[in-house]
Structure formats: C-alpha cells, structure tokens
Design a binder for this molecule. Structure first.
Ligand code: SF4
Length: 174
C-alpha cells in the first residue's frame, strides 16, 4: 500500500462569491501565515478569487460571500447548499443583504435605466437578500468586512471537529 493510499483525506474548503465587493474574501487572503497553516490542513477545492481550484463538490466547508440579487444567484446558492456539509456566510452582504439592499427601497428599473447604456441586457431581482433567506446556514460571520480573528476561529474549530463559539446571533444550527 502506498503512502498516498494511507494518508488521511483532508477536509475540502470551497469559497463562493455572490453580489459583493470581494472584501471579505480579501480578509481571508489577508490571514497570510495562518492561511498557510489552514492550506495544509484543508484541500482548497474551489476558490476562484485566489486559486485555479475548481474541483467539484461535495465540500466539507463552504464559505459564502455576497447577497442574492439575480435569478441565477438563486439557483446557484441552492446548488452550493446541496454540496456543502457546513455552510458559513461571511460578511454583511451575505448575512443581511449588504449596502446593495438599498435597492429594495427604490424602483430597480429606474436605477437600471439611469446607470446602464443598454438596460435591456440587465437581468436582476428587485431585491438584495441574505443567504439565510434562501437556504439553511450553519454559521454567520457579520461585519463589513468580517473580523479575521473570528474567521480563523471558525475555520480552526471546524477543522478540529469542534463547534465554533460565536455570539448567539451568528450561530444558526446547534
Ligand atoms: Fe465587501 Fe463589506 Fe460585502 Fe464584505 S460585507 S463583501 S467587505 S461590502
């Protein structure tokens, strides 16, 4: 039997982006030294912002940044949920709809016509909604951007099979 055959399988991590500025993903990349340790403890299976990894799921942990603003987002977040054992939303966009949720207060067509030269090419929902409005979420990390220490705590706890200790409002599933 080869060493590769006996090596324990590393948990897989996927990072998904929806409507957002990428700032929370950058907070993850900003973890530098800690990220190197994490990268050795997990297989980064899907993270378009930082790697070429586009492995298919299922994934042990999925981090989700951004809000739901299109019909395509709706289909995609359901697929992400089906493929994730643990789903963690990161940042105000994903946990509350973000600054882009202001569009829910106005006429979306007015905005589209004011901003885009060819409005007919724009396909969007009238709202920007949090991920938890559409699929079950296991943990939520709030903030804009997220707190890097809290992110590292959650990842480290999950990788060690422990339950992350978060403020009650951030923990969605016991
Ligand atoms: Fe960017 Fe803030 Fe949204 Fe994070 S929560 S993706 S920093 S706008």
């Amino acid at each position: 039997m080869t060493a590769a055959a006996t090596a324990p399988r590393r948990p897989t991590l996927a990072v998904h982006k929806f409507a957002s500025c990428d700032g929370c993903q950058l907070s993850l990349l900003d973890c530098e030294d800690e990220l190197l340790d994490i990268a050795q403890a997990v297989e980064i299976a899907y993270f378009l912002e930082a790697t070429r990894a586009t492995a298919k799921g299922p994934y042990d942990i999925a981090l989700v940044e951004g809000s739901i603003t299109t019909a395509h987002d709706l289909k995609r977040i359901r697929a992400v949920r089906r493929q994730a054992k643990v789903l963690v939303t990161i940042g105000a966009c994903a946990t509350s709809g973000g600054i882009q949720a202001l569009k829910s207060l106005a006429d979306t067509d007015d905005y589209i016509n004011a901003v885009y030269a060819h409005p007919r090419f724009i396909s969007t929902l009238d709202t920007s909604t949090p991920i938890a409005d559409h699929v079950p979420v296991d943990y939520e990390l709030r903030g804009c951007p997220i707190d890097r220490g809290q992110l590292l705590h959650v990842l480290t706890a999950l990788l060690h099979g422990r339950q992350p200790r978060l403020p009650n409002h951030s923990q969605c599933v016991e």
